[in-house]
Write a protein that binds this ligand. Structure first.
Ligand code: SF4
Length: 98
Protein backbone atom coordinates (compact mmCIF):
# COMPACT_ATOMS: atom_id res chain seq x y z
CA UNK A 1 0.00 0.00 0.00
CA UNK A 2 1.60 3.28 -1.08
CA UNK A 3 1.93 5.85 1.61
CA UNK A 4 2.44 9.55 1.39
CA UNK A 5 5.90 10.80 2.24
CA UNK A 6 6.03 12.57 5.56
CA UNK A 7 5.48 16.29 5.38
CA UNK A 8 7.93 18.63 6.99
CA UNK A 9 6.48 21.63 8.73
CA UNK A 10 8.20 24.78 7.66
CA UNK A 11 7.11 26.66 10.79
CA UNK A 12 5.53 30.08 10.93
CA UNK A 13 6.09 32.56 8.12
CA UNK A 14 8.81 35.03 9.08
CA UNK A 15 9.57 36.82 5.80
CA UNK A 16 7.89 39.99 7.14
CA UNK A 17 10.78 40.35 9.60
CA UNK A 18 12.97 41.56 6.77
CA UNK A 19 10.82 44.71 6.68
CA UNK A 20 11.08 45.33 10.44
CA UNK A 21 12.43 48.72 11.45
CA UNK A 22 14.53 46.99 14.12
CA UNK A 23 16.80 45.55 11.46
CA UNK A 24 18.29 48.99 10.98
CA UNK A 25 18.77 49.36 14.75
CA UNK A 26 20.14 45.88 15.40
CA UNK A 27 22.53 47.21 18.05
CA UNK A 28 19.69 48.07 20.45
CA UNK A 29 19.05 45.54 23.27
CA UNK A 30 16.03 43.84 21.68
CA UNK A 31 16.79 40.53 23.37
CA UNK A 32 18.58 41.63 26.54
CA UNK A 33 17.31 41.28 30.06
CA UNK A 34 14.93 44.25 30.55
CA UNK A 35 16.50 44.90 33.97
CA UNK A 36 19.79 45.76 32.28
CA UNK A 37 18.44 48.09 29.61
CA UNK A 38 18.61 51.89 29.89
CA UNK A 39 15.36 53.84 29.77
CA UNK A 40 16.59 55.83 26.75
CA UNK A 41 17.09 52.57 24.86
CA UNK A 42 13.57 51.39 25.77
CA UNK A 43 12.15 54.69 24.54
CA UNK A 44 14.03 54.38 21.27
CA UNK A 45 12.81 50.82 20.77
CA UNK A 46 9.22 51.91 21.50
CA UNK A 47 9.48 54.71 18.95
CA UNK A 48 11.01 52.33 16.43
CA UNK A 49 8.17 49.84 16.84
CA UNK A 50 5.51 52.57 16.72
CA UNK A 51 6.70 53.63 13.27
CA UNK A 52 7.48 50.13 12.02
CA UNK A 53 5.70 49.15 8.76
CA UNK A 54 5.11 45.60 10.04
CA UNK A 55 3.96 46.45 13.58
CA UNK A 56 0.58 44.73 13.26
CA UNK A 57 2.10 41.63 11.73
CA UNK A 58 4.74 41.55 14.45
CA UNK A 59 2.12 41.90 17.20
CA UNK A 60 0.11 39.08 15.66
CA UNK A 61 3.19 36.90 15.40
CA UNK A 62 4.19 37.28 19.06
CA UNK A 63 0.60 36.60 20.17
CA UNK A 64 0.26 33.54 17.97
CA UNK A 65 3.70 32.15 18.78
CA UNK A 66 3.35 33.02 22.47
CA UNK A 67 6.72 34.72 22.57
CA UNK A 68 7.98 35.02 26.14
CA UNK A 69 11.20 37.01 25.81
CA UNK A 70 12.60 40.09 24.14
CA UNK A 71 11.15 43.42 23.06
CA UNK A 72 8.59 42.91 20.29
CA UNK A 73 5.90 45.15 18.83
CA UNK A 74 6.42 47.93 21.33
CA UNK A 75 6.88 46.15 24.62
CA UNK A 76 8.80 43.55 26.54
CA UNK A 77 7.48 40.03 26.32
CA UNK A 78 7.44 37.62 29.23
CA UNK A 79 5.54 34.61 30.42
CA UNK A 80 3.44 36.93 32.56
CA UNK A 81 2.73 39.17 29.54
CA UNK A 82 1.10 36.23 27.76
CA UNK A 83 -1.86 36.63 30.08
CA UNK A 84 -2.02 40.40 29.62
CA UNK A 85 -3.21 40.78 26.02
CA UNK A 86 -2.50 43.87 23.95
CA UNK A 87 -5.35 46.34 24.05
CA UNK A 88 -6.07 49.09 21.56
CA UNK A 89 -4.94 52.54 22.71
CA UNK A 90 -8.54 53.73 22.81
CA UNK A 91 -9.48 51.01 25.29
CA UNK A 92 -6.52 51.99 27.49
CA UNK A 93 -7.63 55.63 27.53
CA UNK A 94 -11.21 54.65 28.29
CA UNK A 95 -10.13 52.48 31.20
CA UNK A 96 -8.13 55.38 32.69
CA UNK A 97 -11.13 57.72 32.53
CA UNK A 98 -13.53 55.21 34.09
S1 SF4 B 1 7.29 46.07 15.50
FE1 SF4 B 1 9.25 46.43 16.56
S2 SF4 B 1 10.05 44.38 17.07
FE2 SF4 B 1 8.42 44.14 15.52
S3 SF4 B 1 9.51 44.10 13.56
FE3 SF4 B 1 8.88 46.21 13.93
S4 SF4 B 1 10.60 47.21 14.95
FE4 SF4 B 1 10.93 44.99 15.07
Amino acid sequence: MPTKPPTISSGPATGWMLDGACLNLWWLPWIDNPRHVALDEVRLMRRTCASCPVLDTCAGFVAEQRVTAGFWAGRWRSLWALYRPDRPAAAKKASRVA
